[in-house]
Design a protein around this ligand. Structure first.
Ligand code: SF4
Ligand code: SF4
Length: 160
């Protein structure tokens, strides 16, 4: 399945990093810190207010979005309460190799390039969540039925 085309001028070249990105995503460990490091850094179109210029840096902003989005920490709030830190380092120490590879942390991080997020959604999420595959198959099925019905109506229209 192909990765969607985007303006990739200032973003990581997905073809160049695909090998190492796959290794990162296949590991049972929070992927967000390494996805961040494979990215080009904070984009000029970001919506967060920051006092210093962060363009081009790959550092963790400590925004905590990855922590908030982690399914394990949402399910186990007591685990979340072990620290008040809201960095990717905290996420790594709280989750470790219990990571379920849902990729929410990487998808929620403002420091991860959109091309990497697109690659995760297009090529990885579906592998990990098989229900999405059957949804897509159903989608194709309903599309085929709709096209058939539309074709019949069109045929009837031209015959009258
Ligand atoms: S959000 Fe998902 S991928 Fe990230 S650490 Fe939590 S379980 Fe792992
Ligand atoms: S979501 Fe925020 S806290 Fe988590 S790794 Fe990205 S910048 Fe750091």
């Amino acid at each position: 399945m192909g990765t969607r085309q985007r303006n990739t001028l200032s973003q990581a070249n997905i073809e160049q990093i695909k090998g190492v990105l796959n290794q990162v995503l296949d590991e049972k460990s929070p992927p967000v810190p390494r996805c961040r490091l494979l990215s080009t850094g904070f984009e000029p179109y970001h919506g967060l207010y920051v006092e210093e210029a962060l363009d081009g840096t790959k550092t963790c902003l400590g925004c905590g979005l990855c922590i908030d989005s982690c399914a394990i920490l949402r399910r186990e709030p007591e685990r979340r309460e072990r620290t008040g830190q809201r960095t990717s380092l905290a996420l790594e120490s709280l989750v470790g190799d219990d990571c379920e590879r849902c990729f929410s942390c990487a998808l929620s991080c403002p420091q991860v390039d959109t091309v990497i997020k697109d690659y995760i959604v297009d090529d990885k999420v579906e592998e990990e969540i098989p229900q999405l595959q059957s949804l897509k198959e159903n989608d194709n099925y309903y599309m085929a039925i709709s096209a058939l019905v539309f074709g019949v109506f069109l045929g009837m229209f031209f015959m009258t």
